[in-house]
Ligand binder design. Structure first.
Ligand SMILES: Nc1ccn([C@@H]2O[C@H](COP(=O)(O)OP(=O)(O)OP(=O)(O)O)[C@@H](O)[C@H]2O)c(=O)n1
Ligand SMILES: C[C@](O)(CO)[C@H](O)COP(=O)(O)O
Length: 233
């Protein structure tokens, strides 16, 4: 069985949600959003080490929210402090991944509707290929727009995928990619961007449109409906 660590970045400000409360604590189906995410990941036994990245000062609150999981498997869970950008937070988590775990799965705390099945598929594929991201084909036509609002391009839609998480990588590739990104001052919006630019092959695994990232208020409304359609937790 593949052995992996999960890094769950949950240290953001939630600015686009427009809520004082960290969106990880918002209620979804009556439970904190982050608990949904971590409950799904906890069902994946290949994930031997779970590293949750908390906003500095929120470490105890995160531990309280996740206590139903932590009390059952105390050794499996680790909470570390995040940084200014998502990339800093993931890096802080990456420092804690034991060398014996060959794969690292990075999954946003803000994606509570992930399923264990998709995580397992991504782990299996990454064990074979080294790096995998989960995504879905884009349904809308996408345009490139300049600073003045002028449309300057229409990428061929059949080549476009909306990338999600989990993103699963060989630990050595991810470490090398992060070290190169820091040396070159590169800041990406996902981890795969760092691995791609470091020259490693990254493959796409088709996931589920329901694997929303809870970013704006509408996403929480959609997630409630999707959770109900799925039959709850
Ligand atoms: N410095 C940061 C920024 C983001 N994240 C995490 O990365 C995931 C994806 O980020 P996003 O959805 O952008 O969350 P926020 O940064 O909180 O949102 P916003 O950009 O609206 O502030 C989230 O689980 C978020 O908590 C993090 O751990 N550390
Ligand atoms: C990693 C990610 O979820 C892939 O879609 C996304 O890039 C995170 O972006 P955010 O602005 O940090 O939410």
């Amino acid at each position: 069985m593949v052995k992996a660590a999960a890094i769950i970045p949950a240290a953001g400000q939630g600015k686009r949600m427009g809520n004082q409360l960290n969106k990880q604590f918002l209620s979804l189906g009556g439970l904190p959003l982050l608990l949904h995410t971590c409950t799904a990941l906890a069902q994946v036994l290949e994930l031997e080490q779970m590293i949750v990245v908390a906003r500095p000062g929120e470490e105890e609150e995160i531990a309280r929210v996740l206590s139903p999981l932590i009390r059952k498997e105390r050794e499996r869970w680790l909470i570390v402090s995040g940084g200014e950008e998502r990339q800093h937070s993931v890096w802080n988590g990456l420092q804690q991944v034991p060398p014996e775990l060959a794969l690292v799965a990075v999954h946003d705390g803000a994606r509570p509707l992930i399923t264990p099945e998709i995580v397992r598929s991504a782990l299996q594929m990454a064990q074979e290929t080294g790096a995998v991201v989960v995504g879905v084909p884009v349904k809308d036509t996408i345009k490139t727009v300049d600073e003045q609002g002028l449309i300057i391009g229409t990428p061929e839609r059949k080549r476009l995928w909306a990338v999600q998480t989990p993103q699963v990588f060989r630990r050595d590739w991810l470490l090398a990619a992060y070290q190169q990104a820091w040396q070159e001052g590169f800041l990406g919006t996902d981890d795969a961007a760092l691995v791609e630019r470091a020259g490693y092959p990254v493959r796409m695994l088709q996931g589920d449109y329901a694997n929303l990232k809870i970013t704006t208020p509408e996403d929480l409304i959609l997630a409630e409906a999707l959770l109900q359609a799925r039959g709850g937790m």
